[in-house]
Design a protein around this ligand. Sequence first.
Ligand code: TH1
Length: 822
Amino acid sequence: MRDKVFSKKEFIASVTENVKTMYRKTLKEATQQEIYQAVSLAVKDVVMDEWMATQQVIEKDDPKILYYMSMEFLMGRALGNNLINLGAYGEVKEALEEIGLDLSVIEDQEPDPALGNGGLGRLAACFMDSLATLGYAAYGCGIRYRYGMFKQQIIDGFQVEVPDNWLKDGYPFELRRPEYCYEIKFGGHVEETAGEDGNLHFEQVGYQSVLAIPYDMPIVGYGNHVVDSLMIWDAQPKEEFSLDSFDRGDYDQAVEQENLARNLVEVLYPNDNHVKGKELRLKQQYFFVSASIQRALERFKKHHNDLHDLPKKVTFQMNDTHPTVAVAELMRILLDEEGMSWDEAWEITTHCVAYTNHTIMAEALEKWPIDIFQRLLPRVYQIVDEINRRFVEEIRAKYPDNEEKVRKMAILYDGQVKMANLAIVAGYSVNGVARLHTEILEKQELRDFYELFPEKFNNKTNGITQRRFLAHGNPLLADWVTKHVGKDWITSLAKVEDLTKYATDPKAQQEFLEIKKQNKIRLAKYIKEHNGIEVDPNSIFDVQVKRLHEYKRQLMNILHVMYLYNQIKANPGMDFYPRTFIFGAKAAAGYRTAKKTIKLINTVADVINNDPSINGKIKVVFIEDYRVSIAEWIFAAADVSEQISTASKEASGTGNMKFMLNGAITLGTMDGANVEMYEEVGADNIFIFGMSADEVIAHEQHHDYNPYDIYNNDEDIKKVVNQLVDGTYSHNDRELFRELYNSLLNPQQGQVADRYFILADFRAYANAQKKIGVYYTNKSAWVKSAILNIAHSGKFSSDRTIQEYVDDIWKLDKIEVNTEGC
Ligand code: TH1
């Protein structure tokens, strides 16, 4: 069936027809955007058949279903990815070429659906791809933000945020499902009445409400006809706002409901690894969680009449604490709407929900002021209060006279609702996202919980999808891999292990080098077009792309660039292999230090790139608006991957894996998943430096780190740090970077000097960088390491991660979809 629709002739006929019906135009007259819409519709037409077939199988087989609940899904573009997973990319590309159209130009018309910040949201997207490819029935549950992650413009070196109106031309791959419409209630109060059954009944009255309406997007599995769904919720006012309402009360009410609906899904909070207890965010959480659970239960009840079987058929996986209100919402429905007893409802709930922790950063822990929570969700709050009361009773029974335990573990404490505690108490599984991270959770951050519930804790090291980040992002390398190990890697990444035997093969090495070169040329062209900077594809492309955060230490990277520049200026003849330092990062709109770091990178770039005296030995490039689509090109072109977070702070990282898969060599700390990458690839093929997590944690506990000791004893470090405030990079403005200087040496009230140990690790970092420069000049050794990185990246496929979740936590059944004859 696929062959039929993707016969080139029929595909072009379908696109031509679409352009005609949609725009009354011929292909010649249509704009690229119109062609993109028409091509997407032709692809969607094929996807629809498989999507319907998958839904039929799910209806018939009634497999266990996973609901992956996440406030963020950083999907990236769908057109190219869908074509890859349909196995039709090559044919469609050729078919379009034959009529003079370029598929990559058409793909470029699609906005990146950026409904996420960074790693957490992209992980959710990779997981959906793997779930469909492995043949599991799953729904991604989230929010259809009108505005996703902001677009970043760099103006005069500063980040400027521009709204991302990704829906303005209409999004061809979404499907509105008004038939699944649910009412979501906020505010009011709870009325208790004695029912005929003698039990108390609870009813939320005097509330405001909105309607939740889902849009489904297809998640196409690779080569298996399975199409899962991402369901993202839009909000609508319950009654259309009507101007003929004469009653003032009604009118005000109508205005409020209209505003509530509009505001709810307006925009994604653009903070990564940081949350503020904003009421609107809690509203967003309850909104999508309640709607998703209602849809899941409605589906379950269509097939089953005993809700006690729910855990056999459904798991709600909570992506960090953001959807944790699910615990209380499921309890509410079982108690108030299904009339269950507390014990029955608790038994079911605690076998249906599971929790993934993604960070130990204190500022990312969600805590809601009780008054906000209670006012917004009065009945849900009562339930949280009761869960807490019972849990605290348990703690006191187990640890008599130990109020310290209550203080640390209670869900309600100090006027706050602690969402992680709720997730752990109710979840039947609690997992970290890399082995080191899980160990830190067990031994430090969540130690008391681990002691109480050791059986809940487990690790699931993150992964990435090779379909997007190799097959789509790096077609030259993908073909090269296929040529050497066959095509099975696309669904079984472990197969790349067979590349090991080509690591020292001169012909394979030569081919690899040529491919890397082509990818560097592709990126260099992009940089020339977008930044006006000439970069040399023969230089080392040293890349750090990720969200801007102090713990990720982009500041250490740029300070090292300043240090190298000082060295070259002082010794023009020194041995130095040319480097291009590439950065890409968005800073949260209100994160001042992060934004100053972007400005610093850009001013350092200006000074160095325009200094003829260094003969272009160093170039610095800041890529504007870093996002999934350009990321695919950047990974493909990288030689060195900078993964330099302060040890213990990066729970896993996933960019690190994407670079590895594309044959870049990691320069990193023993943090997050870097530890496991080191194990897989071996010490000879990765550059590790800096303090260990244990050392960092020990300093934090003993408060015995003083960056001044380093500053005063290392002249090179002193010089670069001083250059932050001596005007070198700021046209003599000594204040421009003062707060960066202060963050290292002069902590402001309530802060710690050099909280992320930049000066402590600086020397080790500079030494590792130096070794890299030398290693690169040994081409065959370098290429061998690069190929071995690809060969040992098998573990980091999200297919492996998902299979582990399925085996240990979700226990899903495989589905099989056959579209023959439909
Ligand atoms: C990230 C982690 O920082 C990263 O190490 C990890 O690889 C990724 O999640 C996927 O597991 C996180 N992103 C967020 C975003 C918010 C809050 C907490 C985290 S942790 C908004």
